[in-house]
Structures are given as C-alpha cells and as structure tokens.
Design a protein around this ligand. Structure first.
Ligand code: HEM
Length: 439
C-alpha cells in the first residue's frame, strides 16, 4: 500500500474461495453488497475466488471511474459460447468503441422506436387481452415474455412476418438463455446434461439461422429492424449475428422485470396508483393505449418508473476492470482490480436518498433531481459501457405500464411473499403474483 493511502475495509476472505460463503449466506451478490456497504462504508472490498473486488457506492467517487471501458472477462465467461466473433460485452476498447457507436445509431434512434411502436402496442394489447380472463397472474413470467417478444420484433422484425414465426424464435431464444443462466446459477433442470447441451445448440442454430435469413434478404429494403439496419454497415455477418443476440439477451428480461417491479410497488401504494390512473385517463381518454407522441405527456408515470428502478434496479450491479492504478478518494486501487458498481446499494445510499426504502416518485421531480450527484441514480450504468438500450427500454416499459394500468387494477395475491433474488437480473423468488380487477 503506497504511503498516505488508506486500506480499503472489507470482510476477511477465506483462503480457498474468498467471500463466496458470505455471499451465499447473504442470499446473493446483490444483498451481500447492501450489507457490505452498510457495514464498511461507501468503498469496500471483498474477494471472489482468485479476484479482489472493490465495490464503490459513493456517486461522487464513481465519477472518477466513469471513463473506464474494460469489463472483467470472468463475469461474462459463461455467455461466451453464444457468440461467434467474441463476446461484445467484454470486447477490448479499440473494437468496442466503433461497434458501440454504430449500435447506438440504431438503438438510440427515436425514429426506429417510433416505427416499431405500433407493433409494440399490438403485442402489449394482446398480453392485456390474455390476462382479461385471469384472476391471478405471474407478472415476471408474463412480462418478461412480452419484453422478449418486443425485442425479437425490434431486432428481427422483418423476418417475423407471422405470429407463429415470432413465437418460435422467442421460444428458441428463451430456452437458450434459460439454459445459460440455469447453468450459471445451478438451477435445477428436468433434462440430462447432454440433452441440455443438444437443446441449447439447436436453439442457437435456430436463432442464428433467423438472423442469417434476414441478412440475406435485407439488401435495398427500407426496414427498421436492427438486423436490416446493421446490414447496411460494414460489420461482418458473424458480428451482426452476435449483435442481434447480445441485444436480444440484454433486452429480454430487463424491460419486463422493470415493469413488474413498478406494478408491485403501485399495488402497495394505492394513493400513487390512483394518481397514475388519473393521468392515464386524462391523456388517453377512452383509448386503450397511448400514441408514441403521448409518452412524453405521461410525466407522473415516468417518475413512478424511475422511482421503481431506484428501489428495484433490474440490473443490480455492473463491473469494470482497472487497466491502471486508480486514486479513489483516500484509497489507491491497483491495476488489475475488479471494480463493482453496486447499483442497488448506490440507489439506497441514505446520503442522497433520505428514508431510502420509501417509495416516492416525487424524488424525480425536475428540481429534486438537480440537487443530487449525477451518478446517484444509475439503473442503466454509466460511462463508455452504459446501457445502449436505455431510451428504447423507457419507451417499451412506459407503453406496457400505460396499457396494463389503463385496463386493470393490481392487488398482490393474498399471502404471497415477494423476495428479490438475483438471476442475472433482479428477479422475485416466487415471481410476483397479482390479482387483477378490470377498471
Ligand atoms: C429496464 C431495462 C434495462 C435496464 C435496467 C438495463 C440495464 C443495463 C445495465 C446496468 C448495463 C450495464 C451498464 C454498465 O456496465 O455500466 C446494460 C448494458 C447493456 N444493455 Fe441494458 N438495460 C435495459 C434494457 C436494455 C435493452 C432493451 C437493450 C437493447 C435494446 C439493452 C442493451 C444493452 C447493451 C447492448 C448493453 C452493453 C453495453 C456495452 O457494453 O457497450 N438494455 N444494461
């Protein structure tokens, strides 16, 4: 330790497996990080096998890390077999920067959101219709399927000419990701190891085949789906297939899970739900869904969504790897260290969020937001690796919430316990079970 720098506090590691036992005892990395920062302050360290991790929950110190591009390979290694030309989530900076710039011209392009909005609305109305006859629904299962359908539509739209093709592609991708996440989190499976491998390979071939067909038919057509737009670029076909997969993976659970946590919080706060209903009735009138141009008028809904993502961030942490030493306040963190952004702990930091457990959408009134440090609220991460789908996700989630809240009132199923667990995203252990009443 260089003189003048303070050691970073943290729980003592076990020589064999670091703090894995502590992480398991806390119920996962997300809850472990909440305890870690409560006990050791805003900069704390812990150990994964063979890796020292420094976790930073102070938004002012985070600014000093905001130019770091590198992500640690190990955390994303389990997804490597999905990609042909390398995992885009851990691509070295020189390759990542131009790829990201290109992807943002598509994902961050409001015209492409607007063009796809009618299809997103159709998918959301169909979900509401499926729920119409149900007394009890599992929010996370149904809404992550809805966001999967939306992201398949966005990535592959032109190929998915029939509902059947859309269902098949979504089902293949769902099986594929469940398999990878299931292996990583050692979840039980009804299949043997060899059956699981064969099923995953078949699903991967199907998804890649779909992308390839779109690429082959894309020339000259004026299409707004991601693959057709990337076909105009100089990316190789393998990298385009990988880009489609990474976008489908990143957009699959996240948006649906975000909507489910918002509906859960609203079910616990009827007075806030009533304000949302009033805004929806005012802006939408008798129509079951907003127009694209009306999303901006749903200001209170947007505050509700932001506050929900603060309380339950769909991605509970992000990570970087230091390629050079970093001065972090009174600490020196050496090159090679893994940095964690404990998004959930940052969002519950009482210095910037008084009474942090309280659900209060007015924390996001424009004046109130200006008083906080920029990185006090980072559901989409920040810096050169921040979420490229943030703007699209906000469109999708506001649409889902607007349609579903216009049509139903949501009450938590009696006796149902909602326990957050981490499965790549912030999930609820036994889903979020709701009783629906038509409005
Ligand atoms: C509520 C919805 C979503 C949340 C909360 C979310 C959150 C995140 C977070 C926390 C990261 C890591 C950021 C970092 O390391 O600083 C990330 C990365 C990423 N997300 Fe999202 N995401 C959401 C939806 C989406 C959607 C819909 C897409 C695609 C359309 C998407 C595409 C990506 C991509 C491509 C990356 C990797 C960025 C890179 O390495 O350059 N996300 N997201």
């Amino acid at each position: 330790m260089a003189s003048g720098h303070r050691a970073i506090p943290g729980p003592p590691p076990n020589p064999q497996d670091g703090n894995l036992a502590d992480i398991a005892a806390a119920g996962g990395l997300h809850t472990f990080q909440l305890d870690l920062h409560e006990r050791y302050g805003p900069v704390a360290e812990f150990h994964l096998p063979g890796t020292r991790v420094v976790s930073v929950a102070d938004p002012e110190l985070l600014v000093q890390t905001s130019r770091i591009n590198r992500r640690p390979d190990e955390l994303f290694e389990f997804l490597t077999p999905l990609f042909e030309a390398g995992n885009l989530q851990t691509l070295p900076e020189a390759e990542h920067v131009p790829w990201r710039r290109l992807l943002l011209t598509v994902l961050g392009n409001h015209r492409s959101h607007e063009t796809q909005f009618a299809a997103f609305t159709r998918l959301t109305l169909a979900q509401a219709q499926r729920w119409a006859g149900c007394r009890e629904v599992a929010l996370q299962q149904d809404l992550s399927e809805l966001s999967l359908r939306m992201i398949c539509q966005y990535a592959l739209g032109s190929e998915l000419s029939s509902d059947e093709a859309a269902r098949d592609t979504a089902a293949a991708f769902k099986g594929l990701l469940e398999e990878f996440i299931g292996r990583q989190y050692r979840l039980p499976s009804p299949y043997s190891d060899s059956e699981r491998r064969a099923r995953a390979e078949q699903a991967l071939a199907q998804v890649r085949g779909t992308v390839t067909r779109i690429l082959e038919s894309a020339g000259g057509a004026d299409r707004s789906d991601l693959v057709s737009m990337l076909a105009e670029s100089d990316l190789s076909p393998a990298r385009i297939r990988d880009s489609a997969l990474v976008v489908m993976m990143a957009g699959y659970h996240t948006s649906g899970v975000a909507a489910s946590w918002a509906l859960y919080l609203l079910s616990q706060h009827p007075e806030i739900a009533a304000r949302v209903h009033a805004e929806l009735d005012r802006v939408l009138g008798d129509r079951p869904a907003p127009e694209y141009g009306q999303l901006g008028e749903l200001e209170y809904l947007e505050r509700v969504l932001k506050e929900s993502m603060r309380r339950y961030p769909p991605g509970p942490y992000a990570a970087r790897e230091l390629v050079e030493d970093l001065e972090l306040g009174e600490h020196l963190v050496p090159a090679g260290t893994t940095l964690m952004y404990p998004i959930w702990a940052i969002h519950l930091n009482p210095r910037h969020w008084p009474d942090p457990e309280r659900f209060d959408p007015d924390r996001f009134l424009p004046g109130a937001a200006r008083e906080r440090p920029r990185f006090a609220f980072v559901p989409f991460g920040f810096g050169p690796r921040s979420c490229e789908g943030a703007a699209l996700a906000m469109v999708e989630i506001k649409l889902m919430l607007a349609v579903l809240l216009k049509r139903f009132e949501f009450r938590l199923a009696p006796g149902h316990q909602v326990v957050p667990v981490e499965r790549f995203v912030l999930w609820a252990r036994d889903d979020i079970r709701m009783h629906l009443t038509p409005r």
